[in-house]
Each structure stands twice: as C-alpha cells, then as structure tokens.
Design a protein around this ligand. Structure first.
Ligand SMILES: [Ca+2]
Length: 511
C-alpha cells in the first residue's frame, strides 16, 4: 500500500513538474519510481524502467508482466507488456496490436496508420504486449494451454487494456480521457475482436489488413499453389518447380493485361487501379493466337491465372474464400510476402506444398471443424457491433488491395455484413469506415507507394469532435512525391481530369 501511495504521490509530483516545466532529471526520477509500481488486483512485476529523452518527445518506458501462472502444459506463463508514458501527455491511451502469433513485446510506439507521427510522438500513452505467451513469431506451442489460447484469441487485449488504463491513472494521477486501439494483421484481428467481444473498451479502433480467418485464407493460398503445381515442370529436387511455371516476361504480360483493362477506369493511367470494383480482366485475352508463342500465354497458364484470382469454391459451388483482387502488386518481390503471382517463393511456409490435387471440402473440414481453437480466434462470425456503435465508438478498417495473404475482399465482405447486422438507430456511416489502399501489400509496402497515411488523426477527430473522416491522403516511398486520397468504401479516388497527377488534390472520391 505504501508503494501505491508513493507511486500516486510521484504521479502528482510529475503533474506539478510538467505544469511548471519539469526538467528531464525530475521526470526521470518519477520514471524510476515506477519501478515500484503496484496496482490492486494485478500481480504486476516491473522488470525495469527507462527514461527516454533526447530522441523526440521524452517518455518513461515501463517493462513488466502480470498474470503469472503455470500453464496446463507445466510451462510458466505471463502477459508481458511495455508501456510508454510521455512527459507531454495528451490524455489519450492507445493499445498497440500484435503480429503473427505474437509471443514478443514490441516497442510501444503506435505507428499503425499514424502517418509521419507515431501515437507516442503525439503524446499518447502507448502499451504493447505479447498476448500472454513467449515464443518466436510463428511458435504455436502455447495452444497446449487453454488460457494462453484464450488470451491469444483476444482475452489478453481486455486484460492489458484494463491494466494499461490503471497504470496511466496511477502515473499521471488522472484517467485517460479517451482510449484507442490500432493494429494490423494479427493486430487488425485483435482490433476486430475488441469491437466484437469487448465493445466498451475503446472509443476508437483501427483495424488494418485483419487476420480474419487464417485457416481459410491459408487454405485458399494452398489451393492456388496446387493449381500452379499442375502446370509447373518437375525440378531437379523432384517436386514441381513453380518458378518455371511463369517467366518474368509472362508475369509482366499478366500485369500489363490487368493494367490495360483496369488502370484507366479511375480517370488516369498511372499504373494504379483505384476503381477496383469496375475492374474486369479476363486472362484468356492473353492466350497466344494460333502460330504465335511470343508476348502471350499458353492456355493452361491463362487458366491458372484465372484460378488464382477467383474465389475458392467448395464442391457445391459455395465460396469458401473470396477472390484476391487484380491489382498492381501481383508480381512484387520487395515485400516480406511476395505478390500473388510469385508462388515460387519458398520463404513462406504455407506455400511449401507439392500436391497436384486439392480437396476444398476436406480442407474446410480441417480448418473449421478439426480446429475449434482457430474458430474462436477467427473474427468473421460476429457481426453485431450495436453496443460498440451505440456507445459512440468508431472503427476504421483499411486493407491493401495487393495484400497477397489476406484478400481485401474478405474484409469488404465482413464490413458489409457488419453494417447490415448491426441494428442501431445510428447510420453505419456514423461509426464505421473502410479504406482500400491500391497497390499496397500486407499492411505496408507494395508498388503503389501509398503506405503512409494518417488515419489516427482522423479517428481522434471523429471520436472527440464528431467530425467524420472522408478522404485520407496517402503517400510513401515510390514515387516519393506522389500522393493520392484514400476514399471511404465504396467510393474510390477518381482523377478530376486536370491538375498535377502526383497531387491528391487533383482527385475526388466517386462511387
Ligand atoms: Ca489508374
């Protein structure tokens, strides 16, 4: 109790110091005192504190863990966390989403959809966590323990949020006035879990490229892989050599075909496809005419391209996973996960598949029925966000159209079902937005160069000032001076017909 009082006193001292222009020294001392942090109801162990100054806005970093226990598998478990508490605190709190299977505590900075300024740099208190187990990013051994699995499925987000809010109150002597969540991939899935299962936790949520149902998406990729195997020559290692199914020239030809059909539909031929819903491309248009074999595809190649970009269907013809969009990043090699036409890449475990046949129904059985844990982890089923919306909370989704891992169409499908299923007297436009990002790969990258966008500012403005976001300007690496508006789905950025084609201001959102 004494420690708690002393921590509270430190917090008050910090507030006084901040009000009168604290020196780094005294803020540093307050940070150091957080080492003795104790919170009623939490078995928090602080591993260390670090006062970070001289590299942008100063903050106190507290690393620790809570919920220490022995798992059903006899292994020690805890939820590891790291929280950054800036001196110049905005009064806001943000929970940073994870990635992969989590298992590590990443630095808490809040960089998802934050543009050039991380949440931490703009004064948010930011917490990150390992979701309740430790291991390398694809180590799934924690699933031997029920609580660790439930934590991964989303329970840890609730626990860490409650803890983080308590630390913030303790440190600053006052509660955060608004709480946010931002994550991509697994972090995007956690964002959706939060809105679905813990609708009162956050005032604003950003869900990027969510891992909605990885069993189904991996199944769809495996099926495409098998389609590619069928037309691949057998390599020296005795298995289909997918790198030989298409030459780079073939891939370029496919990309050119897609761009020829779809680039101009947004009013400008700029190598980007913004009006994706109008994009109709038929790979059979690239099949060699009789007597030619150059700058064209063999019929079996065209068939495989069509299959790769079609929905994965079960035996009765129902969609088991939606199509991946035809987009400009299909042959990208610059991202962690290569484009969809790069199935030769051996870096990704789900592509290590040499089969020549694929039974979709059997695969569905395996991922849906035989893996009940995954079903709980999935976020495709729960679509009613009525409590979340009624409270006044807001959610923004984003998804790269060239994401080769999770199809943007699956997020679109969820978004539409969610809007329909959520019965409130508040129009969906008043609490939910979806932004599709042309040419962007999984969470970032891609040839479109539109990976930098600040949705966090828009979200805060929506939550705190009631100002709903419209377009969000995006820019990025290539070309460096090009910006485009991202438009709220189902609208897209159309070139006005005049003005600098590299400037977002020359575009308008159209439907
Ligand atoms: Ca275009």
């Amino acid at each position: 109790m004494r420690t708690l009082l002393s921590a509270t006193a430190s917090a008050l001292l910090l507030m006084v110091q901040l009000a009168y222009g604290a020196s780094d020294q005294s803020a540093g001392a307050t940070c150091k005192a957080a080492r003795a942090l104790e919170l009623p109801g939490f078995d928090v162990k602080v591993a260390g504190t670090d006062y970070v100054s001289g590299k942008g806005p100063s903050y106190c970093l507290v690393n620790g863990s809570f919920e220490h226990r022995t798992g059903a598998d006899g292994k020690p478990y805890a939820i590891g966390f790291s929280i950054a508490l800036p001196d110049d605190w905005s009064g806001r709190f943000l929970v940073q989403g994870g990635g992969g299977l989590n298992g590590v505590v990443k630095p808490p900075i809040g960089d998802v959809a934050a543009g050039a300024n991380t949440a931490l740099a703009r004064g948010f208190a930011v917490i990150s966590h390992d979701s309740g187990h430790r291991g390398e990013v694809w180590d799934g051994s924690f699933k031997a323990d029920q609580i660790a699995t439930l934590n991964f499925a989303g329970w840890s987000v609730e626990k860490v949020t409650v803890l983080g809010k308590a630390i913030v109150s303790n440190y600053y002597g006052t509660s955060a006035h608004h709480s946010y969540f931002a994550g991509c991939s697994t972090g995007g899935r956690e964002a959706m879990t939060s809105a679905q299962r813990f609708p009162l936790l956050f005032d604003g949520i950003i869900a990027g490229a969510p891992a909605i149902r990885t069993g189904r998406s991996n199944m769809s990729l495996a099926q495409k892989n098998v389609a590619m195997n069928r037309i691949s020559p057998v390599g020296t290692d005795g298995v289909p050599d997918r790198s030989a199914a298409f030459s780079d020239a073939d891939r370029k030809l496919v990309l050119s075909g897609i761009l020829n059909a779809c680039d101009k539909l947004d009013g400008i031929e700029d190598g980007m496809i913004a009006n994706a819903s109008a994009c109709k491309f038929d790979p059979s248009s690239l099949i060699c005419a009789s007597g030619t074999s150059k700058d064209c595809l063999r019929p079996e190649q065209a068939k495989v391209v069509a299959e790769i970009f079609s929905p994965t269907l079960d035996a009765s013809g129902r969609t088991a996973y939606p199509a991946f969009p035809y987009d400009s990043g299909i042959m990208s090699t610059t991202d962690a996960i290569p484009g969809l036409m790069r199935f030769d890449d051996k870096r990704n475990r789900q592509f290590a598949n040499h089969a020549l046949t694929f039974d979709v129904d059997d695969a569905i059985e395996k991922v849906d029925v035989d893996d009940p844990q995954q079903r709980l982890i999935n976020v495709d089923q729960w679509t009613d966000l009525s409590s979340f919306a009624s409270k006044g909370s807001k959610i923004i989704f984003f998804h790269g159209m060239s994401d080769p891992w999770f199809s943007a169409n699956d997020t679109i499908d969820f978004f539409n079902r969610m809007k329909k299923a959520t019965k409130t007297n508040i129009p969906a436009d008043d609490w939910a937005r979806l932004y599709l990002v042309p040419g962007m790969s999984h969470c970032r990258g891609g040839p479109g160069g539109l990976e930098k966008f600040d949705m966090l500012t828009k979200l805060v403005d929506w939550v705190e000032n009631g100002k709903a976001p419209q377009s969000v300007d995006a820019g990025g690496a290539a070309p460096a001076d090009r910006t485009r508006p991202l438009c709220p789905y189902p609208s897209y950025a159309h070139y006005k017909g005049e003005g600098d084609a590299n400037n977002a201001a020359s575009f308008e959102c159209r439907r």
